[in-house]
Each structure stands twice: as structure tokens, then as C-alpha cells.
Design a protein around this ligand. Sequence first.
Ligand code: UDP
Length: 307
Amino acid sequence: MGVRLPGRAGPGKLAKMSALAPPIAPVDLLGVPVHPLTLAEAVAHLAEAIARRRPTTVVSLNGALLMRVLRDPQVRDAVRGATLVIPDGIGVLLAARILGVPVRRRVAGVDLAETLCAAVAPRRGRVFLLGAAPGVADAAAAQLRQRCPGLEVAGTAHGFFPPEDEPALLARIRRAAPDILLVAFGAPRQEDWMRRYGASLSVPVTMGVGGTLDVLAGRTGRAPRWVQAAGLEWLYRMVREPWRWSVVKTIPPLFLIALRERFRGGRGGQARRGETPGTEPGGRRNENRSEHPAEDISEKEVRAATE
Ligand code: UDP
């Protein structure tokens, strides 16, 4: 599988793109700030973060993770703490559509990670691959080196280490001084890890990438393009890895929650009308609503939609 550069974010355009990166305005989706960027725009922002050595954390938000955000305050804090939240999943796009929130395009985390590596390679950009089973990060590194001439792999480490090894791992990452750290522990562990350690690592781009290293290493395949375009990559993954059903089945309640929010007054749709969450039309503060709609959705409501 060659590196795909689907978003027109070719390597030679890095400097130009980072100079052109427009300001990012997140939209509010059920209390989660989501950045409705194209792949090329996301690469441009991350390239700029690398050029300026500005620590940036990236979360790829899919429907399952959004449901975790609604259920679990710790996951909510971890996702809200990220600099960039990329809409990665048809579940997120559908929830946004129900609520009238302008998130139209999916940016797959695996595409973003690959494209960013390809974009920094000509300048000898450095990437550290952290996570997946022993041997997978090394295999992914070998593939990346081959496909992105110039890319330096600053280090690799698997994702099945005991907690007592964490300080040594963090020290290793700091010493390696990568431009990009791909964290592949699966959601929401990787988001929690980034929240705890992201800021202390002085790495310009730290990104949670789920199963990306398995894909890069050739251990799991991506769905064919037409399946991705049809919004059915989740189905493809589920057929090949039936254990994913336990994750996929958490997503339909998201649509019930989104529908209910819409008919209640569209708490997730405030950004569409240019309002701040927690205010009513005209800017009046609504005392009954939190600034963060996810906090207004009680556990009872999420449970009711899930059962
Ligand atoms: N993983 C890990 N440490 C763990 C648990 C999982 O490194 O303690 C890795 C696992 O080997 C896999 C990745 O995390 O490479 C999770 O991939 P998955 O596709 O399940 O993540 P998703 O994209 O669904 O969040």
C-alpha cells in the first residue's frame, strides 16, 4: 500500500501551505469542539505547528469516541483538551447533519498521519511511532521510510508496557525530539495519555491514531476507496474484525441523542447560528444550560438512549 496523498497536500507544498493556514474556528457538536477542516487544511495547520514548534495535540473523533465523551467526564476533558479535533467517522458526520452543525467531510486519522509524514519528509521531519503490538511500530517505520524518502524515524515503542516503564518511555521520547508523535493505544486510552503527557513532551504534533500503525505495517487493510467514499469503512472493518461489533453498537444511540437535542432546541446546533453554547438566541445567558452541552446530557439520558 503506497502513501496516499488524497487531500492535495503534497510534500513540496508544505512551506506554502503553512504560510497560508487560515485560523481554525471549531464548531460545537454536542459540547465537543470539532474542527471542520479538509485534509489539506489540517496538514497545513500541523505543518505550521511544526515550523513554529507549537505543541499541538490532535484527536480523531469518531462516533464511538463521541459516545464515550457523552458518558465519561474524563474522556470529555481529554477530547476537549486537544488542540485539534478532526471529524473521523460517518457517525460524527451524521450526528452533525441531524443537528445542522457544519461538519461535512470526514478526515480519516490514518490519512492525516500518512499525509503529514509525507509532507514533512523532504525536510527530514522526524516521527516517533508509539503503540500497537510489539514489532508493529518497527514494521510501520520501515514502510514509512520507504514511502516517504527523507523521513526520519526518531524512535518506536510498542503499546503494551507496564506503568512503571512510563517515565523511561517519556524520557526516551523527549530525547528523540520528534516533530510528530503518533500515539496508537486505541481510543480513549490514547486521548487520556495525550492529556496527561502531551504538554510535557515538547513535541509539536502529538496525534492519537488508533489502528494506524497496524495499517501502515500491513497487519490490517483499509477498505477500498469506494467503500470509504460510501461512508461504509466501519462496516468493512466490522466484517473483518467481528469483535468491533461491541464498539459499533454503541453508535446508534448517538443519533437518538442528536435527534432529541435537535427537537429540544438544538444544543449542538448553536455554532451553526453563531451562538455560544449556553446562550439563547440574542446572546442572553440561559441559566438552565451549561456552556458545554455535553454536561447537560445526563448519564440517565445517555443510558436511556443506549438501552
Ligand atoms: N493497543 C496498544 N496498547 C494497548 C491496547 C491497544 O498499543 O494497551 C493498540 C492495538 O494493538 C492497536 C491499537 O492500539 O494497534 C488500537 O487499534 P484500534 O483499531 O482498535 O483503535 P481504534 O482506531 O478503533 O481506536
